[in-house]
Design a protein around this ligand. Structure first.
Ligand code: GRF
Length: 202
Protein backbone atom coordinates (compact mmCIF):
# COMPACT_ATOMS: atom_id res chain seq x y z
CA UNK A 1 0.00 0.00 0.00
CA UNK A 2 1.29 3.44 -0.96
CA UNK A 3 1.35 5.78 2.06
CA UNK A 4 1.93 9.52 2.19
CA UNK A 5 2.88 11.19 5.46
CA UNK A 6 1.84 14.67 6.59
CA UNK A 7 3.85 16.39 9.32
CA UNK A 8 4.35 19.85 10.81
CA UNK A 9 7.48 19.63 12.91
CA UNK A 10 10.11 17.37 14.44
CA UNK A 11 8.97 14.28 12.56
CA UNK A 12 10.10 11.61 15.02
CA UNK A 13 6.97 9.57 14.25
CA UNK A 14 7.75 9.89 10.54
CA UNK A 15 11.26 8.66 11.36
CA UNK A 16 9.77 5.68 13.21
CA UNK A 17 7.93 4.75 10.00
CA UNK A 18 11.11 5.12 7.93
CA UNK A 19 13.04 2.98 10.43
CA UNK A 20 10.33 0.31 10.55
CA UNK A 21 10.37 0.20 6.75
CA UNK A 22 14.17 -0.05 6.65
CA UNK A 23 14.07 -2.69 9.37
CA UNK A 24 11.81 -4.90 7.27
CA UNK A 25 8.74 -4.54 9.51
CA UNK A 26 6.61 -2.86 6.84
CA UNK A 27 7.07 -5.07 3.82
CA UNK A 28 3.67 -4.20 2.30
CA UNK A 29 4.21 -0.46 2.77
CA UNK A 30 5.73 2.18 0.52
CA UNK A 31 6.36 5.69 1.85
CA UNK A 32 5.83 7.67 -1.34
CA UNK A 33 5.54 11.30 -0.23
CA UNK A 34 5.92 13.69 2.69
CA UNK A 35 3.83 16.87 2.85
CA UNK A 36 4.73 19.54 5.39
CA UNK A 37 2.86 22.74 6.15
CA UNK A 38 5.84 24.42 7.87
CA UNK A 39 9.00 25.31 6.00
CA UNK A 40 11.12 24.74 9.13
CA UNK A 41 9.77 21.21 9.78
CA UNK A 42 12.62 18.85 10.69
CA UNK A 43 10.65 16.12 8.94
CA UNK A 44 11.99 17.51 5.63
CA UNK A 45 15.59 16.55 6.46
CA UNK A 46 14.40 13.07 7.45
CA UNK A 47 12.66 12.67 4.06
CA UNK A 48 15.78 13.82 2.20
CA UNK A 49 17.95 11.42 4.17
CA UNK A 50 15.57 8.55 3.35
CA UNK A 51 15.12 9.56 -0.31
CA UNK A 52 11.41 10.24 0.06
CA UNK A 53 9.98 13.08 -2.07
CA UNK A 54 8.66 15.98 0.02
CA UNK A 55 6.50 18.99 -0.66
CA UNK A 56 6.01 22.15 1.40
CA UNK A 57 2.54 23.69 1.15
CA UNK A 58 2.32 26.92 3.13
CA UNK A 59 -0.78 26.65 5.31
CA UNK A 60 -0.37 30.29 6.43
CA UNK A 61 -0.70 31.56 2.88
CA UNK A 62 -4.05 30.05 1.91
CA UNK A 63 -7.43 28.91 3.13
CA UNK A 64 -7.97 25.49 4.66
CA UNK A 65 -9.90 24.39 1.56
CA UNK A 66 -7.13 25.49 -0.79
CA UNK A 67 -4.44 23.81 1.32
CA UNK A 68 -6.33 20.53 1.25
CA UNK A 69 -7.01 20.82 -2.48
CA UNK A 70 -3.30 21.30 -3.16
CA UNK A 71 -2.39 18.44 -0.86
CA UNK A 72 -4.92 16.17 -2.59
CA UNK A 73 -3.41 17.04 -5.97
CA UNK A 74 0.08 16.07 -4.75
CA UNK A 75 -1.23 12.87 -3.18
CA UNK A 76 -3.12 11.83 -6.30
CA UNK A 77 -0.12 12.54 -8.51
CA UNK A 78 1.97 10.03 -6.58
CA UNK A 79 -0.75 7.39 -6.34
CA UNK A 80 -1.33 7.67 -2.59
CA UNK A 81 -3.65 5.04 -1.16
CA UNK A 82 -3.45 6.00 2.52
CA UNK A 83 -2.26 8.94 4.62
CA UNK A 84 -0.47 9.07 7.97
CA UNK A 85 -0.71 12.20 10.08
CA UNK A 86 2.54 12.19 12.04
CA UNK A 87 2.49 15.31 14.18
CA UNK A 88 0.45 17.17 11.57
CA UNK A 89 -0.98 20.03 13.63
CA UNK A 90 -3.82 21.05 11.40
CA UNK A 91 -7.41 20.03 10.81
CA UNK A 92 -8.35 18.53 7.47
CA UNK A 93 -11.52 19.42 5.59
CA UNK A 94 -14.39 16.93 5.11
CA UNK A 95 -13.49 16.82 1.40
CA UNK A 96 -10.01 15.54 2.21
CA UNK A 97 -11.26 13.08 4.80
CA UNK A 98 -13.95 11.60 2.57
CA UNK A 99 -11.40 11.18 -0.25
CA UNK A 100 -9.37 8.86 1.98
CA UNK A 101 -12.20 7.56 4.19
CA UNK A 102 -10.87 4.99 6.70
CA UNK A 103 -7.42 5.38 5.14
CA UNK A 104 -6.06 8.24 7.28
CA UNK A 105 -4.16 7.34 10.45
CA UNK A 106 -3.23 9.68 13.28
CA UNK A 107 -1.14 9.27 16.41
CA UNK A 108 -2.35 11.18 19.45
CA UNK A 109 -0.40 11.51 22.71
CA UNK A 110 -3.22 10.66 25.15
CA UNK A 111 -5.77 7.94 25.80
CA UNK A 112 -8.63 8.94 23.53
CA UNK A 113 -11.49 9.71 23.69
CA UNK A 114 -10.11 11.67 26.65
CA UNK A 115 -7.84 14.65 26.16
CA UNK A 116 -8.17 15.32 22.41
CA UNK A 117 -6.67 18.43 20.84
CA UNK A 118 -3.29 20.10 20.55
CA UNK A 119 -2.43 20.35 24.29
CA UNK A 120 -3.00 16.82 25.49
CA UNK A 121 -0.14 16.65 28.03
CA UNK A 122 -1.05 20.02 29.54
CA UNK A 123 -4.70 18.98 29.82
CA UNK A 124 -3.79 15.62 31.37
CA UNK A 125 -1.65 17.30 34.05
CA UNK A 126 -4.32 19.93 34.73
CA UNK A 127 -6.92 17.21 35.23
CA UNK A 128 -4.73 15.39 37.79
CA UNK A 129 -5.31 11.93 36.31
CA UNK A 130 -2.74 9.23 37.08
CA UNK A 131 -2.73 7.56 33.68
CA UNK A 132 -2.12 8.79 30.15
CA UNK A 133 -0.68 7.22 27.01
CA UNK A 134 -1.15 7.31 23.28
CA UNK A 135 -3.67 6.26 20.69
CA UNK A 136 -3.36 5.36 17.03
CA UNK A 137 -6.69 6.00 15.35
CA UNK A 138 -8.46 6.51 12.07
CA UNK A 139 -9.26 10.11 11.27
CA UNK A 140 -12.83 11.32 10.88
CA UNK A 141 -14.23 14.86 10.68
CA UNK A 142 -13.90 15.55 14.42
CA UNK A 143 -10.84 16.53 16.46
CA UNK A 144 -9.19 13.23 17.45
CA UNK A 145 -12.58 11.50 17.47
CA UNK A 146 -12.05 8.75 14.89
CA UNK A 147 -12.16 5.01 15.63
CA UNK A 148 -9.32 3.85 17.91
CA UNK A 149 -6.98 1.16 16.57
CA UNK A 150 -4.27 0.72 19.24
CA UNK A 151 -3.56 2.27 22.63
CA UNK A 152 -0.80 2.11 25.20
CA UNK A 153 -1.12 3.51 28.69
CA UNK A 154 1.67 4.96 30.85
CA UNK A 155 1.68 6.24 34.43
CA UNK A 156 1.51 9.95 35.13
CA UNK A 157 3.95 10.63 37.98
CA UNK A 158 3.46 13.26 40.69
CA UNK A 159 6.38 15.42 39.52
CA UNK A 160 5.64 15.17 35.80
CA UNK A 161 5.94 18.17 33.55
CA UNK A 162 4.55 18.35 30.02
CA UNK A 163 8.07 17.52 28.82
CA UNK A 164 8.65 14.51 31.06
CA UNK A 165 5.23 13.08 30.29
CA UNK A 166 5.74 13.59 26.54
CA UNK A 167 9.13 11.87 26.76
CA UNK A 168 7.61 8.84 28.53
CA UNK A 169 4.84 8.51 25.94
CA UNK A 170 6.81 9.17 22.73
CA UNK A 171 8.59 5.78 22.45
CA UNK A 172 5.17 4.12 22.60
CA UNK A 173 3.93 6.36 19.77
CA UNK A 174 6.93 5.22 17.74
CA UNK A 175 5.86 1.60 18.23
CA UNK A 176 2.08 2.01 17.81
CA UNK A 177 2.09 4.12 14.65
CA UNK A 178 4.10 1.66 12.47
CA UNK A 179 2.00 -1.17 13.88
CA UNK A 180 -1.23 0.61 12.86
CA UNK A 181 0.24 1.26 9.40
CA UNK A 182 1.15 -2.41 9.10
CA UNK A 183 -2.39 -3.50 10.05
CA UNK A 184 -4.02 -1.11 7.57
CA UNK A 185 -1.68 -2.18 4.76
CA UNK A 186 -2.39 -5.83 5.52
CA UNK A 187 -6.16 -5.23 5.24
CA UNK A 188 -6.62 -6.18 8.89
CA UNK A 189 -8.65 -3.16 10.05
CA UNK A 190 -12.40 -3.57 9.80
CA UNK A 191 -14.41 -0.48 10.64
CA UNK A 192 -17.66 -1.30 12.32
CA UNK A 193 -19.45 2.01 13.02
CA UNK A 194 -17.24 3.84 15.49
CA UNK A 195 -15.23 0.71 16.36
CA UNK A 196 -12.19 -0.77 14.62
CA UNK A 197 -11.87 -4.53 14.74
CA UNK A 198 -8.43 -5.99 14.15
CA UNK A 199 -8.81 -9.06 11.99
CA UNK A 200 -6.59 -12.08 12.62
CA UNK A 201 -3.65 -12.75 10.32
CA UNK A 202 -4.66 -14.60 7.16
C1 GRF B 1 3.59 13.61 18.84
O1 GRF B 1 3.54 13.58 20.23
C2 GRF B 1 2.22 13.33 18.27
O2 GRF B 1 1.49 12.42 19.01
C3 GRF B 1 1.58 14.70 18.35
O3 GRF B 1 2.59 15.60 18.03
C4 GRF B 1 3.86 15.03 18.33
C5 GRF B 1 4.65 15.03 17.07
O4 GRF B 1 5.96 14.57 17.26
N1 GRF B 1 0.41 14.76 17.50
P1 GRF B 1 6.87 14.26 16.00
O5 GRF B 1 6.80 15.45 15.06
O6 GRF B 1 6.38 13.00 15.36
O7 GRF B 1 8.26 14.10 16.58
Amino acid sequence: MRFAVMASGRGSNFQALIDARTGGELLDVELVQLIVNKREAQAIARAEEAGIPWKFIDSEAMSRAEFDQRALTVLHECGTEAVVLAGFMRLLTPVFISTFRHHILNIHPALLPNFPGAHAHRDVLAAGVNESGCSAHLVDEGIDTGPIILQQSVDVLPDDTEESLAARILPHEHRLLPEAVRLLAAGRLKVDGSIVRILPKK
